[in-house]
Design a protein around this ligand. Structure first.
Ligand code: NDP
Ligand code: BG6
Length: 478
């Protein structure tokens, strides 16, 4: 969270990317490692071993990575050279995830390159059903070396961490046999997004917000997430999980925790984690009536594919692609304030935001019958076009007294004339620096599953049908 070039250790590091041929590896992990490399934030002696089943030779693999590398942090004139230098550190081993010989081949390749070290990061960029078996295969091949460190080797696991509290516990217990908690980094990449990282700073480094941050002044809080595309290539995964597990239990619950938690004792990982856990444990699991679920269909749109007609999705799938959940927090600060979390694919736009609606002025001298004006709103727009803005009522210039709603607007692009890092740049650097503040602790994961497991079970067991909505629907227009 606090990258400090001076603090980057010069000790050699080996990164092993499981599922190196996949979407996440190619579009996020390698480009972010390249960004860190260009900024001098990788140690001088680093190497990256990709592992997957696809049968690439070294040059084909490097070419497939190179397609997605961008020169965000390298001057255009030297970019080609930087890419060539970076690719020279990238190796590839093709093998099967369930063949021990393949992992021995990986070990042999690392040794042959003289990159054997205790300082290894294993990145699990593979489908979740492979996490456990691959972790065991890594250990069986001798790749996990017990050394003098209690924080090396490190494993990075992508969400989803299980399907509910029970499966999450089982996965954690199994992985803990190989990688203790101190070596496990559970990624929720929304925590690496710039505006999400700013939430704590806005709340706790400005005197004006915290006194108002409670049920006396706040009417409601909405956390909204929209995508204007369908499930794309991830149909098999998505149909097994649905939008509540995919986005709400993870990304939106984390944004909620950061925006509603009490002030942590410090900004250190343990204190922030404690504050988030306490908040998540105060949330009342929603009843089925507090949850709306939907699924995109073609509706009146001529182009586009209904969810049930997407390749890989059963024609009678009941998986929710949209959900809206009303949550209540049972503590002194928030009792009575609704927190409305909504997420959907196949909607009208791509955006995610936190919107805090304050109560209107109780005795407004500018209105005959108050409340005549809406309350202020503070919006943290996470994407696209990162911004923080506050709507306020002010007087329109002129001889008459006319009140109008305006924005105090902090637009990142115009205010901070700098490249906004990708979430994975920040998170991968944190893994290397052993900064755990943006990663999910086991007790945090438990608390998040405890909120959503009962309603997910109800939806699964009752066979509840999602309401169909047309592609391009705007839930906020209703
Ligand atoms: P992919 O579906 O692209 O899978 C990654 C690689 O795993 C593939 O290239 C493939 O490599 C191998 N693989 C895929 N399916 C199977 C299978 N059925 N059996 C064996 N191997 C298989 O996944 P992503 O890269 O999209 O995601 C990786 C992880 O990251 C997942 O846990 C996902 O939930 C998570 N994630 C992904 C995000 C994204 O933006 N893509 C965002 C957030 C989380 P090969 O066939 O060469 O072995
Ligand atoms: C992933 C979800 O975690 O986040 C996907 O599994 C979603 O369904 C993706 O598309 C969105 O990430 P971003 O960073 O593009 O908003």
């Amino acid at each position: 969270m606090h990258p400090d070039v001076q603090a980057v250790s010069a000790d050699p590091v080996t990164l092993v990317v499981m599922g190196a041929s996949g979407d996440l590896a190619r579009t996020k992990i390698y480009p972010s490692l390249f960004s860190l490399y260009c900024q001098g934030l990788l140690p001088p002696d680093f190497s990256i071993y990709g592992f997957a089943r696809s049968n690439f030779d070294a040059s084909a693999f490097r070419a497939s990575i190179a397609e997605k590398l961008t020169c965000r942090y390298a001057p255009a004139e030297s970019c080609k050279d930087r890419i060539t230098e970076f690719l020279a550190r990238c190796f590839y081993v093709s093998g099967s995830y369930n063949a021990s010989d393949s992992f021995l081949d990986l070990y042999a390749a690392i040794r042959a390159g003289s990159h054997e070290s205790e300082r290894v990061v294993f990145y699990m960029a593979i489908p979740p059903f492979l996490f456990s078996s691959v972790a065991h295969a890594i250990a069986d091949a001798g790749l996990v070396r017990c050394g003098s460190h209690d924080t090396w080797p490190r494993v990075v696991i992508e969400k989803p961490f299980g399907r509910d509290r029970r499966t999450s516990d089982a996965l954690s217990a199994d992985l803990a046999q190989i990688f203790p908690e101190s070596q496990t980094f559970r990624i929720d990449h929304y925590l690496g997004k710039e505006v999400v990282q700013n939430l704590m700073v806005i709340r706790f480094a400005n005197a004006i917000f915290e006194p108002l941050w409670n049920s006396r002044f706040i009417e409601k809080i909405r956390i909204s997430w929209k995508e204007d595309i369908g499930v794309g290539q991830r149909a098999g995964y998505f149909d097994n999980y649905g939008i509540i597990r995919d986005v709400i239990q993870s990304h939106l619950a984390q944004i909620l925790a950061l925006s509603a938690m009490e002030r942590p004792v410090s900004d250190g990982a343990r204190d922030v984690g404690d504050a988030k856990v306490a908040l998540l444990q105060s949330i009342v699991p929603p009843s089925p009536e507090e949850v709306t679920i939907g699924q995109y269909s073609t509706g009146n749109v001529a182009s586009g594919t209904a969810y049930r007609s997407e390749p890989g999705i059963a024609g009678n799938s009941r998986t929710a692609t949209y959900a809206r959940i009303k949550l209540r927090i049972e503590n002194d600060r928030w009792r009575g304030v609704p927190f409305i979390l909504s997420a959907g694919k196949g909607l009208n736009t791509r955006m995610s935001e936190l919107r805090i609606t304050f109560k209107p002025v109780a005795e407004n001298i500018f209105c005959d019958q108050p409340p005549c004006l809406p309350g202020n709103e503070l919006v943290a727009r996470i994407q696209p076009d990162e911004a923080l803005y506050l709507t306020i009522t002010s007087k329109e210039p002129g001889l008459n007294l006319v009140l109008t709603q305006t924005d105090l607007n902090l637009k990142y692009q115009s205010m901070f004339k700098t490249t906004i890092p990708d979430a994975y740049d920040s998170l991968l650097l944190d893994v290397l620096q052993n900064d755990r503040s943006l990663f999910i602790r086991k007790d945090e994961l438990d608390a998040a599953w405890d909120i959503f497991t009962p309603v997910l079970r109800d939806i699964d067991e009752s066979g509840r049908e999602p309401e169909l909505y047309p592609l391009g629907w705007d839930p906020d227009a209703e």
